[in-house]
Design a protein around this ligand. Structure first.
Ligand code: ADP
Length: 320
């Protein structure tokens, strides 16, 4: 049975590791590698490796990238529900510097054609599911339809509002029971949807009460988890739903690891959070956040995005 349904993107990632990120007009040398990616696929791999039944709803081209997606989904035991697209399978060009920082260019291709009808086409999809997880690399109408369907079916909705420059609406955000922006996405959403001007670089340094107040403005009736990279995570709940936690808002510090490539850390966090929530919904929310924080930290010790996702037993071995 699929406890987690991920709706989103698959990309073929083309990754160049360079000493420095290329400047405008520069030609530089780098080490090249290719592999699977896309926020949707990365998060589906994270959820599956975190040990719960996972389905992945996406659109693929009739090409080598599409074949790669099918092969890799099968290898991780992910139930693939792929819509056939007349566009090429999505691609991403990723540059990573010696400090693990990255720049990314996306060619959406098939991801841009994923239709709401495809999500709705399979009435069995949501039966038995506990969490539906989506991002913003698919058409907004499709994400909105998927979240609304999940709500109707009593399935918890987790929206990772990434990337920061993707189109979104306050209506879409409020279909989420849980919203998981990183600092950049949080600042962008506040600016765009509730008229609050906050610099992304300043988010981590804000005091808890201020951060909580901003989260409440953005999502009055849902929980917000702001991921803060190497600083960790900030959690904010509405007064009426603490999800088993003792406080309305709190921080969880990042785990101490030897991070070498943070590409996909947010995806690791989201997939693991969805999996943990689906596995043991009765546990306090803080336990799920702690698990996702550990899972994501481990993913930063390895190169790549989907390929870097650890497994449930590795997380347990490392952190107990
Ligand atoms: P994104 O990849 O979306 O930018 P973040 O950078 O906020 O997301 O990272 C997501 C999560 O991954 C963090 O909240 C944290 O749990 C973990 N993480 C990221 N970078 C590190 C790091 N250097 N050390 C430990 N954990 C990290």
């Amino acid at each position: 049975m699929n406890s987690v349904i991920v709706v989103g993107s698959f990309n073929v990632d083309h990754v160049w590791r360079c000493a420095e990120l290329p400047a405008v007009g520069a030609t530089i040398a780098g080490q090249y590698a290719t592999g699977p990616g896309g926020k949707g696929f990365n998060q589906a791999v994270a959820a599956a490796r975190a040990g719960v039944g996972t389905a992945f709803v996406c659109a693929l081209g009739d090409d080598a990238g599409g074949a790669l997606a099918r092969q890799l989904a099968a290898a991780d035991g992910i139930g693939l529900r792929a819509e056939a697209s007349d566009q090429p399978t999505g691609t991403a060009g990723i540059y990573v510097d010696a400090r693990g920082r990255n720049c990314i260019v996306i060619g959406a291709g098939a991801n841009g054609t994923l239709g709401a009808a495809h999500v709705a086409a399979d009435p069995e999809l949501l039966a038995g599911a506990r969490v539906l997880l989506a991002q913003l690399e698919s058409p907004v109408e499709t994400i909105e339809a998927a979240l609304a369907l999940a709500r109707e079916a009593g399935v918890a909705t987790l929206l990772n509002p990434a990337p920061a420059n993707a189109p979104s609406s306050i209506g879409l955000l409020r279909l989420a029971d849980l919203l998981t922006p990183n600092e950049t996405e949080f600042a962008a959403l506040l600016n765009r949807h509730v008229g609050e001007r906050v610099e992304a670089e300043a988010v981590a340094a804000l005091d808890g009460a201020s951060l909580h107040a901003l989260c409440r403005k953005l999502l009055p009736h849902g929980s917000v988890v702001v991921t803060l990279g190497s600083v960790g995570v900030f959690v904010s709940h509405p007064d009426e739903q603490l999800r088993g936690d003792a406080q309305t808002h709190y921080r969880v510090g990042a785990e101490s690891v030897s991070a070498s490539d943070t590409t996909g850390a947010g995806d690791a966090f989201n997939g693991a959070l969805a999996a943990s929530l689906a596995r043991a919904p009765e546990q306090p929310f803080a336990a799920h956040v702690r698990y996702a924080n550990r899972f994501a930290a481990l993913s930063t010790e390895r190169a790549g995005a989907a390929a870097a996702m650890p497994r449930h037993d590795e997380v347990q071995e490392r952190f107990g």
